[in-house]
Design a protein around this ligand. Structure first.
Ligand code: BG6
Length: 510
């Protein structure tokens, strides 16, 4: 596929357009800050997408000097940033933005000192900065931090003060509603940025562009032409060092409730009338409301859960989930979940949507398949069309970002013989160098006060509502067969029973 669009032209320096910014990270020396946030801010600085007046306040209870902090963060940047500092001057320039505030997140004194620092900065810059509070902390602290920020007056200005939180946004519907109530005592909804890092991935952002900036595909994007849609986010990694968190969460809460639901929204929502945050979020919420509820008694007909046992990945032996660090030896937590959903609206009535995610799969792949129906009448003789395969679009989110379209073509030669071939758009053919990391995009959006790629509260609640019957059924019924798939396979075989038709499949055959 020929695409005459060059990504290099996309990024324009904009530091003068951004308001002076104080970026405060609670949990500023934790893993998230080290691997993702600080490297993303560094990359933004290298693209000239941070304001001329900029300060990063890292807050944590560790005993650290400014020097220690800078050294520690520079290691993270060298390892994870897209643009590794070419020399020490580049890093030195960036590291001047840092200020370390040692403090306990539960102590009021920490917030008084933070306020003093922000006031001091404002005086120095002679300009009011926007204040961004990034909570890279366990969710249990979200309420406390937000209330304390309110108490010292750091949340008053709706335009200038923002809070950013990471998933999980609650562990079920009730807890997410409760969290909303606590946050809303201090922050207005427009000040709350709920991160789902999938929304910052280039290929994910491209879904709306692909659908609504090309007149070619959208007319076919409905029940008349689409046979089914499959959304897969498979990982080959296990739970790594996160057994403690993961064993309480499981795949449904960790991935399905957020990342896969967001992908589903982007693939299935109605066209937005304007590219504005609320308009896009309204369309997503409409879509979530149209998903056919699953009854508690019928969960097994629509959902399959799995847990990996030991197996092999890339020829290497790996342990089973129950042998992982900080995981209960009789754990009932799912590391895999597959769901069939229907969307009750004019566009999608009766089209199955298959969603699947799991850990310790044979390899990492995140992709969306739009499988089209067979042609209504085959005009070609049977012997010409033995290899016939219906058209499909595959959007590959990772690891190799691409969009491909499978069509039938004539095999060269004297006879008419049909063969499926692919038209493919690889990001790497049009963009040199690694794509911006999702956090880079999202942190830039927070600084521009653009909530388009963030989850609004009603979206979060709508997604929980869909999954509550599943959680209820699972809490009543033990998964009798856990562990039920070998590490290095595509999950339990029972997922085949979810398919509406034999011709449907969960993944593109390799
Ligand atoms: C996180 C989950 O949100 O997403 C992890 O908590 C998962 O369990 C990760 O591994 C996957 O993200 P990515 O960007 O590597 O596909």
């Amino acid at each position: 596929m020929y695409v005459s669009y060059f990504f290099e032209e996309r990024i324009k320096p904009m530091n003068d357009l951004l308001k002076p910014t104080v970026f405060a990270i609670f949990g500023g020396v934790g893993d998230l800050a080290w691997r993702k946030l600080v490297p993303a801010l560094f990359d933004l600085s290298q693209e000239n997408i941070i304001p001329s007046h900029f300060s990063i306040i890292t807050i944590s209870h560790h005993e650290l000097t400014d020097h220690d902090l800078r050294k520690y963060l520079s290691e993270g940047v060298s390892k994870f940033a897209r643009k590794v500092p070419e020399n020490s001057d580049v890093w030195d320039m960036f590291s001047k933005y840092f200020y370390y505030l040692k403090g306990d997140f539960k102590s009021h004194q920490t917030y008084i000192e933070l306020k003093e620092r922000c006031d001091w900065i404002e005086k120095e810059w002679k300009e009011k900065p926007q204040l961004i509070f990034y909570l890279a902390t366990p969710p249990i602290l979200f309420g406390e931090i937000s209330q304390q920020l309110g108490m010292v007056g750091l949340a008053i200005d709706k335009e200038y003060s923002r809070i950013v939180i990471e998933k999980p946004i609650g562990t079920d519907l009730d807890s997410s509603v409760h969290l909303k109530q606590i946050l809303s005592e201090t922050f207005h909804e427009s000040q709350i940025f709920r991160i789902d890092h999938y929304l910052g991935k280039e290929t994910v952002q491209n879904i709306l562009v692909f659908r609504f900036a090309n007149s070619l595909f959208e007319p076919l994007w409905n029940r008349r032409y689409v046979d089914y849609v499959a959304i897969t986010v498979a990982e080959n990694i296990g739970v790594e060092h996160r057994g403690n968190y993961y064993d309480k969460a499981g795949a449904l809460r960790d991935m399905m409730q957020n990342h896969l639901m967001q992908l589903l929204c982007l693939v299935a929502m109605e066209p937005m009338t304007a590219f504005t945050a609320d308009e896009i979020r309204n369309k997503k919420v409409d879509l979530l409301h149209a998903i056919r509820p699953i009854l508690v008694d019928e969960v097994d007909k629509f959902v399959v859960r799995g847990q990996y046992r030991k197996g092999k990945i890339d020829g290497k032996a790996v342990c089973g989930y129950r042998e992982e660090e900080k995981v209960a030896t009789d754990s009932k937590t799912e590391t895999f979940v597959a769901m069939k959903m229907f969307i009750d609206n004019w566009r999608w009535q009766d089209v199955p949507f298959y969603l699947m995610t799991g850990k310790r799969m044979p390899h990492q792949v995140s992709e969306i398949i739009i499988q089209f129906k067979a042609v209504p009448h085959r005009s070609f003789p049977d012997e010409a069309a033995r290899d016939w395969q219906s058209s499909r679009i595959v959007i590959t989110i990772q690891p190799n970002e691409a969009i491909s379209l499978r069509i039938q073509a004539k095999q060269p030669g004297p006879k008419i013989l049909l063969r499926p071939v692919e038209l493919k758009f690889n990001y790497s053919d049009f963009y040199s160098g690694p794509l911006p990391d999702a956090y880079e995009t999202l942190l830039g959006d927070v600084m521009r006060n653009d909530g388009t790629q963030f989850m609004r509260e009603d979206q979060v609640e709508a997604a929980w509502k869909i999954l509550m019957p599943v959680l209820e059924s699972w809490s009543k019924n033990d998964p009798g067969d856990f562990p039920n798939y070998d590490a290095g396979t595509w999950g339990p075989e029972s997922i085949l029973e979810l398919l509406e038709q034999k011709s449907h499949c969960w993944l593109c055959p390799e």
